[in-house]
Design a binder for this molecule. Structure first.
Ligand SMILES: CC(C)(COP(=O)(O)OP(=O)(O)OC[C@H]1O[C@@H](n2cnc3c(N)ncnc32)[C@H](O)[C@@H]1OP(=O)(O)O)[C@@H](O)C(=O)NCCC(=O)NCCS
Length: 135
């Protein structure tokens, strides 16, 4: 499944306001959490993290190391997440994304997510788009 240092390395290289290693560790160790990772040539290059609570799932984040982007890795991570979430009993998945994050919004829409609503200034400097997909 990959170790926390490798996951944290991807986190730091993917987000302007990364979670701390402790935040990641705590979320991953929660029994409701769902984690998927992808490796290339023995190197962890992407991960996706979410949760399933009863029949509802949520994706918190998905990230791929810059050198490994545009190769279908996030797409694969998303499919594996959906599969694991379904196995845990989820019927629907939600997520929030920055309205300016065009790459992520295209990734999710391509995978069948639909826009539910916009939360103005959710991130302070940006709005959140809430996306939803049936599993
Ligand atoms: C968003 C992110 C995870 C995409 O990872 P990726 O492995 O490059 O994505 P994929 O190669 O699987 O691309 C799948 C689809 O996503 C969309 N996409 C990905 N990168 C894109 C870009 N730079 N511009 C436009 N669309 C993009 C496309 O629809 C793409 O399909 P296509 O290649 O057939 O056009 C990656 O850019 C990343 O880690 N960004 C920083 C972290 C982040 O913002 N995460 C999302 C919010 S939690």
């Amino acid at each position: 499944m990959g170790n926390i240092d490798e996951i944290y390395y991807i986190e730091e290289n993917s987000f302007a306001a990364p979670w701390t290693k402790e935040m990641l560790e705590s979320e991953i160790s929660n029994k409701l959490s769902v984690l998927e990772t992808e490796s290339k040539n023995g190197m962890l290059c992407g991960f996706a993290l979410g949760r399933v609570v009863a029949d509802e799932a949520e994706i918190f984040k998905i990230a791929v190391l810059p050198d490994f982007r545009r190769q279908g890795i996030a797409d694969k991570l998303l499919s594996k997440m959906h599969e694991q979430m379904r196995k845990k009993g989820a019927l629907v998945c939600f997520l929030e994304v920055r309205s300016k994050n065009i790459s992520a919004i295209s990734l999710y829409e391509k995978s069948g997510y639909q826009r539910v609503r916009v939360i103005p200034r959710y991130y302070g400097d940006d709005d959140a788009v809430v996306l939803r997909r049936e599993l």
